[in-house]
Design a protein around this ligand. Structure first.
Ligand code: FAD
Length: 223
């Protein structure tokens, strides 16, 4: 995704990597709750075919004049349950566009338009949009970690009893709650397997990890 309008919009890859457009004044929320629904009476674009995206589209269809679901794949069936697809089909104001991808977002203080490429034809169109909901999941970018740090099947770092169960734990004590399979190395936030994936939770885990590091250092300094 490219920033439009002089680099005011950003997209990035991070620990857990997202494509994340972020206009300064908002318009691209990460969640899909009531307060956001109130803000988008005119119309909403939505990216992402995961089950949450289906539920969000149905929810927003009761609030917004129109909801467009943009799906990169061939069909919703690749990643969404049958019952959700059926429910979406009954909603006259939800439009599903497959093989479509958002390639740019435009806006000054607020999101104003998105550019969407049609992968079937290669044509890019610019569309007015007041809100864009990104529901594309996350990928753990943890390939660079050494094998001593166990990860789950999606690449997120295992901690605590999950790390011990992974079979690589070699200390004669149980791991601390946020400790990885490598004694003395801790993981917090989105990258941690099973974490809540919210700011407050990540910050809280960071605080707890500091206390655990102190306990680890205390243990290590005991004769
Ligand atoms: C579009 C979107 C909207 C969201 N909205 C909300 C919201 O409204 N409320 C909410 O609570 N949560 C929201 N979230 C989730 C929230 O952003 C995350 O839960 C939170 O940022 C996780 O914090 P973190 O420190 O674990 O990871 P991050 O914030 O991802 O920080 C990880 C940092 O590590 C850096 N990094 C990665 N790899 C390396 C490396 N190898 N070396 C050095 N640095 C590295 C990255 O660049 C990044 O700065 C949203 C997420 C998205 C994608």
């Amino acid at each position: 995704m490219r920033p439009a309008g002089g680099g005011r919009l950003t997209a990035g890859r991070r620990g857990p990597a997202y494509s994340r457009p972020a206009p300064a004044g908002g318009g691209v929320p990460g969640g899909a709750v009531g307060v956001e629904a109130d803000a988008i009476r005119e119309g909403a674009g939505q990216v992402g075919p995961d089950p949450t995206a289906g539920q969000a589209a149905i929810f927003f269809s009761s609030h917004a004049r129109s909801v467009t679901l943009l799906v990169r794949g061939e069909s919703l069936a690749e990643s969404m349950s049958h019952y959700l697809i059926e429910q979406i089909a009954t909603k006259a104001n939800i439009r599903v566009e497959t093989r479509s991808e958002v390639v740019a977002v435009h806006g000054d203080e607020q999101l104003e338009a998105i550019e969407v490429i049609d992968r079937k034809t290669g044509t890019t169109t610019r569309r007015d949009a007041r809100a864009l909901f990104v529901l594309i999941g996350a990928q753990a970018a943890t390939d660079w970690l050494p094998p001593e740090i166990s990860r789950d099947e999606h690449g997120f770092v295992l901690t605590g009893t999950d790390a011990m169960k992974a079979g690589q734990w070699n200390a004669d004590r149980e791991p601390f709650a946020l400790e990885t399979s490598a004694p003395g190395i801790f993981a917090v936030g989105d990258i941690r397997s099973g974490s809540v994936k919210r700011v407050a939770a990540s910050v809280g885990e960071g605080g707890v990890a500091i206390a655990l590091v102190h306990r680890y250092l205390q243990l290590s300094s005991q004769p």
